[in-house]
Design a protein. Structure first.
Length: 297
């Protein structure tokens, strides 16, 4: 019943949503989900780990694992400073943990400490060359760090390892767009045509290709999400990638607004949530630099 009511609310919101066709566009009551909240299970698990860490009869490996698990819980709750402390504590006890280096690399990327991020992902891949996320995450860090050729190398390999994953296609497209926007669009179409198109994320690719409108895209999210959690997750992705599209068109006011909407669901573990703040800070820094330059002229 609650899920059905949420769908009706979101459908109504889509109907009053006016598209951002220009910098003068307005978004009125965009579709939203109930933001993620800490669950009882998460809170109980945190309390249990806190109790266990008070024991003095545990070996270093066990304690390192517990710090790592508590770090993941804190990360899922948006408590990233506490999470980072736990991850660092875990590494101090057990230095050969590729997963810990990987998440720290993501944190360094979020805070725009790109050299530290590269080193963390390099450590991850040295410890586990088959790590499922490190290559993608290093590629994203290189993209944000402006090292497009290296980013392309990583993200192309990552795409080739899973050609039916739309998110691999999208991040590769972002890099290629910076290199040559027309060629990037052609390659995006070719990769879409070659895929099985099964994952919901291919709707994002269709949006970029102009095969569906923004209203259709958001309507798809609102009508086909089966729970509030799924709705929050898909809106986080949807708003982030819509924001990237407007950013590519130099419509920065719309992009900032959409990045804020991507943050609204509190889906802290999604890369789209993680990098929305980074994108906003990059836009604002560019705006301030541009205004500063105009004042000096």
């Amino acid at each position: 019943m609650i899920a059905n009511r949420l769908k009706l609310v979101c459908i109504a919101a889509v109907m009053v949503l006016t598209g951002c066709a220009s910098s003068q566009a307005k978004w009125t009551h965009p579709p939203m989900a109930v933001p993620f909240q800490p669950t009882i299970q998460q809170q109980i698990q945190l309390a249990r780990i806190d109790q266990l860490l008070k024991r003095d009869d545990l070996d270093k490996d066990t304690v390192a694992q517990m710090f790592y698990e508590r770090g993941l819980l804190n990360d899922s709750l948006g408590l990233r400073d506490l999470a980072r402390l736990d991850f660092n504590q875990s590494l101090s006890l057990k230095p050969n943990q590729p997963d810990v280096f990987n998440i720290l690399g993501v944190y360094f990327t979020q805070s725009a400490h790109f050299d530290a991020a590269y080193e963390a992902f390099d450590s991850t891949l040295e410890l586990n060359p088959l790590h499922p996320f490190a290559l993608r995450n290093r590629g994203i860090a290189l993209y944000y760090g402006g090292r497009l050729a290296l980013a392309h190398d990583d993200l192309l390999v990552h795409y080739q390892q899973g050609v039916n994953d739309p998110y691999r296609v999208i991040w590769l497209y972002f890099v290629e767009f910076e290199q040559d926007s027309e060629t990037a669009a052609q390659k995006l179409k070719l990769r879409y045509d070659a895929s099985d198109k099964q994952d919901w994320g291919w709707q994002i690719v269709r949006l970029y290709l102009g095969e569906i409108t923004e209203t259709q895209f958001l309507n798809e999210i609102a009508t086909k999400s089966e729970s509030n959690d799924q709705l929050a997750e898909r809106l986080t992705e949807g708003y982030f990638y819509l924001a990237k599209a407007y950013q590519q068109q130099n419509d920065f006011s719309a992009a900032v607004m959409l990045y804020k909407l991507a943050l609204a669901g509190n889906v802290y573990e999604f890369v789209e949530h993680r990098f929305s703040l980074l994108e906003i800070s990059r836009i604002m820094a560019a705006y301030e630099a541009q205004n500063g330059q105009k004042e000096t002229n």
